[in-house]
Write a protein that binds this ligand. Structure first.
Ligand code: ATR
Length: 275
């Protein structure tokens, strides 16, 4: 009898529209690995039990998405240093059959997309990040490691941005404010990490934050311009990127944790962005 495939899954709520099965399926093809990658929609009250059942039944690894990344950090036996810093877990792996280790590959995924796929030099640059939720918390350390001249967190609720800036101040120069005072002069790179796109909104932000050469990166993705990129284009920005690369790179990093090999991300990214 043929051996059963190694089982992986994405836990979230909702997860129906996720591209992760496609991405991990393409990775597995590169190595001729026999894997199964499922989507598991679990509400907050069912999340913990569903994850434990998955591993008890022989599952090899999982990804975790909204809204469970913090709950995932609480259920694992150990956190990697970067997951501990982020306070959130997007990948769980089992180096032996009894220990669940929680890691966070989101920040590494964003940094790789910016610096390798897009070839941006972040050292000495002025970076503005919009938002102060879980998505921002996960990426601050890898961004600061690139040593920008300043990393400014702007949020609709300024107190949340200030709290985050205080928490990461030991890693580099981090400033914080509401949206209005962050728009006084153009930035080299603006990253939208708010969840405003999910509702079709654009963070209320002045166009004075943009110059034609400002790189605008939206962690969201989808068909056509996101609301943030539409806004940036309307204000004269020309270097616009969606978060497909971050999505694929964080997945590749998870695949490496699970299976010890690094997939080639380029063909997967090309397939996702072909249309
Ligand atoms: P995530 O894990 O995606 O970061 P989150 O922790 O709920 O989710 O954070 C959502 C972020 O998007 C917050 O920074 C939120 O701003 P507030 O802290 O002021 O709530 C931001 N956000 C959501 N909708 C927004 C909107 N319409 N305009 C501007 N910011 C918005």
């Amino acid at each position: 009898m043929a051996e059963a495939p190694d089982r992986y899954a994405l836990f979230g709520h909702p997860v129906m529209h996720s591209w992760s099965p496609f991405i991990h399926g393409m990775f597995a093809q590169q190595f001729d690995h026999d894997i199964q990658y499922r989507l598991i929609d679990a509400t907050a009250d069912r999340f913990r039990k569903a994850v434990i059942d998955f591993f008890v039944e022989g599952g090899r690894g999982i990804n975790v998405t909204v809204p469970h990344k913090q709950a995932a950090a609480e259920l694992v036996n150990e956190l990697t240093p970067r997951a501990e810093r982020a306070g959130a877990v997007n990948t769980i792996y089992v180096p032996d059959s009894t220990t669940l280790i929680g890691d966070n590959t989101d920040g590494a995924g964003l940094a790789k997309d910016l610096t390798v796929n897009l070839g941006l030099m972040l050292h000495g640059r002025r970076i503005l990040i919009l938002g102060a939720g879980g998505a921002v918390r996960g990426v601050l350390a890898p961004l600061l490691r690139q040593r920008p001249s300043v990393l400014h967190i702007a949020n609709r609720t300024p107190a949340r941005a200030e709290d985050l800036a205080g928490e990461f101040a030991d890693l580099g120069k981090v400033a914080a404010s509401g949206f209005a005072s962050a728009a006084a002069q153009p930035w080299d790179l603006i990253i939208n990490a708010t969840s405003a796109s999910l509702t079709g909104d654009v963070p209320e932000f002045e166009g004075s934050a943009l110059a034609p050469e400002t790189v605008c990166y939206d962690m969201s993705y989808g068909h056509g311009d996101t609301p943030f990129l539409r806004w940036a284009r309307a204000h004269g920005a020309t270097m616009l990127h969606k978060g497909w690369g971050m999505l694929v790179e964080q997945a590749a990093e998870a695949y490496f944790l699970w299976r010890g090999v690094r997939p080639d991300t380029r063909p997967v990214l090309d397939a996702l962005t072909a249309n």
